[in-house]
Write a protein that binds this ligand. Structure first.
Ligand SMILES: [Zn+2]
Length: 468
């Protein structure tokens, strides 16, 4: 009975949520610079009686908003950063609104909005006196840089929180039990000696040679890392003129693996390779840790809560014009069939026929390891986290694509309201039944098994990590 009140409360916010999602989409802001998004989100939360704590961890775009009092304390995560160079109009062909400008290719405008809707819906139940406890909306910046949540954890933002629910835009709606890869991000800077490459090469020592030797060394390391590990690099600085022995060169590395321990070991090995490259080329090397992430520690108890609420809400309606746009977008995407095969067999025909999967699919990814990384992983090692995704995008749409941007500014809003209802229902269940919270925590304790949490903060000031 009361649960329906929560769903209805979200439904009554539909216009406001649609408008917010659109406004955030129209003004995409890169990580650590999401000033406008944060002002709008905080504005609505204040208006609704939430206590807002600004600039958490001394990051201007990190915030908390609390409603209610006492236990349990249940949270919902919001993200709102955009991606560089993904500006795109709401249309089914590549058409940047502004060449080179950012765009919401990960749908974080919807992420922020759907989670806000969840907080508002659950708030209504506290307001009515149906349940008691505290709701926290976590305004988490710079997910694409992977540093917002680690700083918030370090600042104690999650210390008094009992459980957290979250979601992410995607192309089907389902509670998730999937794990993903832990990650480290590193920079290696080599310094040599400049000299005329033709007239006096013997007087020079090339930092660019060192970067190349390092990269070759890493290619030989690849065979001997754990299954599902990933190593990628980008040469950041590689000189400008062939006739100068390059005195400065640097390379960025990302390493990923299924466990934090494996990532630590691979990072150590990378340092050895870098030192070896410096030795071979008679250059010097310095490394900088640019931050790390944990793989997600799934929580079945909380996944069950989201799963049940997604089934209770059922799905969403897709108006004819949105259906048309979604179909046109879907037709432009490569590799859709391969992605459809990730679904349980009984949902594949629907995925082939429909432009979007409007009905929730029972959770099915329990044995899977996603090869992405997210700083929600860090949160999942300090507090139980329930994760999910919702079908904001046409079937098979990859994240960080122009199609994802177009859909996030249009057809995706229906799923944001759908997931707001499901997560509002989930928050309601946690507030209503302390035993679920206790079960989630017991599962968390046993899964983490005393592993503990070690900070993965970058060695540089967070403001320096803002993407240009
Ligand atoms: Zn994302």
């Amino acid at each position: 009975m009361s649960k329906q009140v929560v769903f209805d409360a979200v439904e009554s916010e539909r216009d406001r949520l649609f408008e917010l999602a659109t406004t955030l989409w129209e003004n995409p802001e890169l990580g650590m610079r999401e000033y406008d998004a944060v002002e709008r989100l905080q504005g609505i939360l204040r208006e609704e009686g939430f206590d807002v704590e600004e600039s958490v961890a001394e990051i201007e775009t990190a915030f908390l908003a609390r409603y209610g009092e006492g236990d349990p304390v249940v949270g919902v995560l919001g993200e709102y950063d955009a991606l560089p160079d993904l500006s795109q109009a709401v249309t089914a062909e590549r058409d940047p609104l502004e060449e080179g400008a950012p765009g919401h290719g990960c749908g974080h405008n919807l992420f922020a909005t759907g989670s806000l809707g969840a907080a508002l819906g659950a708030k209504r139940a506290i307001e009515r006196g149906d349940v008691s406890g505290t709701i926290v909306y976590f305004g988490t910046p710079a997910e694409e840089l992977g540093v917002g949540k680690p700083y918030m954890i370090s600042d104690g933002a999650f210390d008094d929180v009992d459980a957290v629910l979250s979601w992410h835009p995607g192309w089907y709606s389902s509670a998730s039990r999937q794990r993903c890869l832990a990650l480290d991000s590193l920079r290696f800077e080599f310094t040599g000696e400049a000299s005329h490459a033709g007239a006096a090469p013997e007087a020079g020592r090339s930092a660019l040679d060192a970067v190349q030797v390092m990269n070759v060394g890493v290619e030989f390391m690849r065979e001997h890392v754990p299954d599902n590990a990933r190593i990628h690099y980008a040469i950041e600085d590689a000189g400008a003129a062939p006739n100068v022995v390059d005195p400065n060169a640097s390379v960025l590395y990302t390493v990923r693996a299924p466990t934090r321990v494996s990532v630590d070991e691979m990072s150590e090995w990378l340092h050895d390779v870098a030192r070896g490259a410096a030795l071979i080329t008679q250059t010097d090397v310095e490394s900088t840790y640019r931050g790390g992430m944990y793989g997600v520690l799934p929580n079945d108890t909380l996944a069950d809560v989201i799963d049940a609420n997604m089934q209770a809400v059922g799905g969403f309606d897709l108006p004819a014009d949105d259906r048309q746009l979604a179909a046109e977008l879907k037709a432009t995407i490569d590799g859709v069939e391969g992605r459809i095969e990730q679904l349980p067999a009984e949902h594949r025909d629907d995925a082939r026929e429909q432009p979007m999967l409007t009905d929730a699919i029972p959770s099915f990814d329990g044995d899977e390891l996603g090869t992405y990384s997210t700083d929600t992983g860090n949160v999942s090692w300090v507090v139980p986290v329930g994760r999910s995704q919702a079908a904001t995008w046409p079937v098979g749409t990859p994240a960080h694509s122009w199609q994802a941007v177009a859909a996030s500014g249009s057809v995706g809003r229906h799923a944001a309201v759908f997931v707001a209802k499901a997560l509002a229902g989930g928050l309601y269940d946690l507030l209503d039944d302390p035993e679920i919270v206790a079960a989630a925590q017991a599962e968390f304790e046993s899964a983490a098994a005393g592993t503990g949490y070690e900070e993965t903060l970058p060695e540089v000031d967070p403001s320096e990590l803002a993407a240009d």
